[in-house]
Design a protein around this ligand. Structure first.
Ligand SMILES: [Zn+2]
Length: 118
């Protein structure tokens, strides 16, 4: 592993630890530790945080894919170059709703929309 990759992994680990700390702070404010909590309560909070991170990561990854798409794309039916626009759409992932930004182009002669790839 090179230095940049090691540094990024260390930063991710540090941020994940910070998220765990913030979750415990919230739980403490909510009075969860006034008595010994059931382990399932702790597990549920951790899984909820994981799902939130998953959805945010998916949104960011899809945005990166959309950013790689060109300003125009060839219609798969007629081959004419058409202007590409970005369209928001919410999908339900296994971890919850994710708002996607995806490239879409419309071809008037073919009366169709298509989703160009990067
Ligand atoms: Zn077309």
């Amino acid at each position: 592993m090179d230095a940049t990759r090691l540094s990024r992994e260390a930063e991710k680990r540090q941020l994940l630890r910070r998220l765990a700390e913030l979750t415990v702070e919230e739980q403490r404010e909510q009075g969860l530790y006034k008595s010994v909590p059931h382990y399932s309560q702790l597990e549920q909070a951790a899984r909820s945080l994981g799902r939130e991170l998953s959805c945010l990561t998916q949104e960011r990854s899809i945005a990166e894919t959309a950013a790689e798409c060109g300003a125009t794309a060839a219609c798969p039916s007629c081959g004419q170059q058409q202007e590409v626009r970005l369209q928001k759409r919410t999908v339900t992932s296994v971890d919850g709703p994710v708002e996607l930004v995806e490239p879409v182009a419309d071809c008037r002669p073919c009366r169709r929309s298509f989703f160009p790839s990067a």
